[in-house]
Design a protein around this ligand. Sequence first.
Ligand code: GAL
Length: 720
Amino acid sequence: MKRKQTISLRQILLCFFILLCMTNCNDESSKRPGITKSKTEKKLNSSAFFQKKELMPIGAYYYPEQWPKEQWGRDFKNMAAFGFEFTHFAEFSWAQLEPKEGFFDFVWLDEAIDKASKAGLKVILCTPSACPPAWMGINHPEIYLTGFDGNRKEHGLRGNASLSNEVYLMYVDKIVSAMARHYEGDKRILGWQVDNEPPAIADFSPSAKTVFHNWLKDKYKTIDKLNDSWGGSFWSTRYDNFDQVVIPDELMNNEDKLSPHAVLDFRRFTADITARFLNRQADIIRKYILPSQWITSNYTNVTIQSDPRRSDHLDFPTFTMYPINGRNELGGDNFRTGVPYKIYEACDYYRPINGVTGIMELQPGQVNWAPINPQPEPGVIHMWLMQAFAGRCSFVCTYRYRHPLFSSEMYHDGIVGTDGVTLSQGGREFVQAINDIKKLRTQYDSTAVMPETLLKIKTGILWSHDVMWDLDIQPQTAKWNTWKFRNNYTSAVKSTAAPMDFISEKDDFSKYPFLVAPAYDLIDEELVKKWQEYAENGGNLILTCRSGYKDKNGHFFESGWAGPLKKLLGSSIEYFDMLPDGSTGTVNFDNCDYKWDIWSEVLSPGEGVDVLAAYSDQFYKGKPAAITRKCGRGSVTYIGAATNDGLLERQLVREIYKRAGSKIEDLPKGIYMEWRDGFYVAVNYTDNNFDIPIPTDAAIIIGSNPVSPANAVIWKLKGK
Ligand code: GAL
């Protein structure tokens, strides 16, 4: 009897709280369907959070709850003595922070922060929302995410909650508020991370369905508009009202395809819900922090389902980075040095979102989760750290300081080994990098500006998650891989040593003398106009196959292929082709044949258009595969063929820089060269020594030239 009364009282309070949250959400204006902006949001100048002269402080995760209290002090002292400047606490520790519903325990965390601070370490605090404690799931099983098969997730994993479930969200609000209030104005806290690697998993739970319906109502207002957008006249898929709408299950999307427009909207919804979840936590924390403290989340470096640009209440996004994941991109020993484009692509993607980024987790050695987990090549962890510096990271943190002795990740390396005190190979390389950063600090020049030669080749990569989702939903050939396609283009750009930023349609294109838009298939009139003006004003625009085929709903245009691009290209696209496994076609460029097998478009150039490359076999032998034309003071190029090895793309992109009269480098894949704050940095993922084009009178500060495999070299030009 007594128990019953307690539960019902709690339930009444819960309903009241939920209603309160819902009313609070409803009275705000929204930018995207179903997404509300808090009054506490403020636009910040993110670069103000970090002192440029400190370049890139390095820190390490520590989980006090996993170690005897008596060892904390020793561990923090050692960490600080190794040169780490900050640590990272509380991620996943909800069961310790709220051991019983409504009972918060900060005593242990206070003690850990106190000890860390006394050792000279600042602390990044993390909200534990990824791991709801057991009591929550027992009392409210509806908090869990439901898979497409109707199976509900259970306790014991992380990222297992439904981000649409108001009960879960209410508990998140409570723990985040309690933490933020408890550490209000605490100067020992460097900044906050909300959640962990926001995964944006498709959720088929009843709560997700309701919130999806509301999102659709917000977006379409009337069911007829939704039916038009989703192609409701096809296969009787139309709905009479929003409540009938079924969550589109992509896994059913094999032979008989679901409406791709419905799937695209569900991807957008899932990303929006994730962004709302992160924003909601940020809004709470924001009320209690000092202006110098920041809020971020740690996205995975390859973020497919969540879209970091949507989480606009965070100060800046950070990312996690595990370059060795079982792949061997370059052959030879590259399985020990890591996928070569991961670090530069992540830095160049995350940094421009709000001007600042950092690596929240950098692989410290062997991991536990890849299909096969080889030892990293000695030296390579140091090399990654130097590349993170080159990519203008404001800090790097590593997961994790101590090698775990138990549970799921016990085969994961740390900075120190299983004895808790001895540096691992990765640990030694972190310490080496820490000392190198200290050395670079002594040579930091606050007046250094990017050299003209680099500014003249600065390149934007136009990227949108909506575009990536649309291509992934309708690949049309099993060989299509949007991410790999983009890698081929960024590799081509990086071979020139051009500084690169991923940018969005909303950004100012004019800062970039070169702009590459890989397979940018969703367009509208406004974007075509922006591209046209960009080129007319002197920009060099490079479009590729699969550009401009569809409107923003993902419908084809009622015109020839990519009809709205016809004027911009001065050409049209006649048809496209793809090849089965085992077949390759060839494209001739500059008297060399290049293999293609993924996608080809046969182009029909108009007057004043130069044919750059043509097909040299198939029934369309001799027809153009790539074209370019002058457009006002700039140029427009279209590359219609997609290759697996990226060699054709590399040569064609390089040709555009050359035609524009730019001075570019010629770096093979796996060798990257960057500029930061007056320092030049080069790294080597290949198996061979490489002679970096360093001027003879430059001063080498770190490493040596030729740069050997798994090594970095850093230099400064004379007098700079
Ligand atoms: C990351 C995750 C960490 C840890 C790590 C292991 O993806 O954010 O919590 O699990 O992997 O490599």
